[in-house]
Design a protein. Structure first.
Length: 231
């Protein structure tokens, strides 16, 4: 929804796509969770790779827009004057009371993150109960079949980034498939049905909405395949 508002404010399709792909994996809360479950090294690697894919996808959309393959954002010229950062900063309440209220609202909002994390932990526990370590490694190991099954699972399961992390940690630690772990995290964002529908409603273009998974997923699969090859 934030991405949709950015588009309504004049951001290009490429900027919105880069925001959608990169933002879940570069938030403070999710970074802390990733470090705790995957380790600092893999967390930094996943963040860097997600940023590269986000930038490449954004550039691809900008190129398609210049070639008129996808429609341009017609609100861009009209809304440019509204994107005044100084005006935005002037609206912030920097008084002690304002800062305290902001912190309280942030703590209240963090409960949603914790709920999704708990959901992910329960889902990971169910997978552990239903699949032995050998079966899990066989089905979701560092093979082409495991990568494709992971992609299918990401498309079905994706509801929240925080909820996906515990399962991604199992793919890393139990199946020993870092590429599958990365694919599960990033492909879920690109194939999220609700996200695609919001993009369609906001941009009034099925082409823009469907190009998000069409452009992003092949990049994710390629990176996932290369990461698995390091095992």
């Amino acid at each position: 929804m934030v991405g949709a508002k950015l588009y309504e404010r004049g951001a290009s399709a490429g900027q919105v796509m880069a925001f959608l792909i990169a933002s879940p994996w570069n938030s403070i809360s999710l970074t802390l969770i990733l470090v705790g479950l995957l380790g600092l090294g893999w967390t930094l690697a996943f963040i860097a790779l997600s940023l590269i894919i986000a930038v490449l996808t954004g550039l691809a959309f900008d190129g398609l827009e210049r070639r008129s393959v996808i429609p341009s954002n017609h609100t861009l010229a009209a809304q440019t004057a509204d994107l005044q950062w100084r005006t935005l900063l002037d609206t912030f309440d920097t008084s002690p009371r304002g800062i305290l209220e902001t912190l309280v609202r942030g703590l209240r909002g963090s409960r949603m993150v914790l709920r999704w994390l708990a959901f992910g932990l329960v889902a990971a526990a169910l997978i552990r109960a239903l699949l032995t370590a050998d079966d899990f490694a066989t089905w979701f190991g560092p093979s082409l079949m495991g990568l494709l099954l992971t992609l299918l699972g990401a498309a079905v399961f994706e509801v929240c980034s925080e909820g996906s992390v515990p399962i991604a940690a199992d793919l890393m630690n139990r199946a020993h498939a870092p590429g599958n772990s990365f694919t599960f995290l990033l492909a879920g964002v690109a194939t999220d049905y609700t996200e695609v529908m919001v993009l369609k409603e906001t941009t009034r273009s099925w082409r823009i909405a469907l190009l998000l998974p069409a452009i992003t997923v092949p990049q994710v699969l390629l990176v996932g395949f290369l990461l698995n090859a390091t095992v």
